[in-house]
Ligand binder design. Structure first.
Ligand SMILES: [Zn+2]
Length: 83
């Protein structure tokens, strides 16, 4: 068991503690996962990426439709990035 400093209040706390006993701040190891799943832009990023991949495949059949799909996918991906 190691002692780490709370980034909020600077008090030494146990690295095993789920949150700071002094100020109640949740520790990084426990809050990191929650922050990642709460990012709402992530699914737009994923949807945009899928559209780009589908667009590349469709390009072999029709470059106009494929190009449009890549364009829309890219726009969705960028929009998700900045959410
Ligand atoms: Zn604290």
């Amino acid at each position: 068991m190691a002692l780490i400093k709370c980034p909020d209040c600077g008090k030494d706390i146990s690295s095993n503690a789920p949150n700071c006993p002094n100020c109640g701040r949740p520790m990084a190891a426990f809050s990191g996962k929650a922050v990642q799943t709460q990012r709402k832009g992530g699914k737009y990023e994923a949807a945009g990426f899928v559209l780009i991949v589908v667009g590349i495949v469709v390009c072999f059949v029709s470059s106009v439709v494929g190009g449009l799909l890549i364009f829309v996918g890219f726009a969705t991906f960028i929009a998700g990035r900045f959410m």
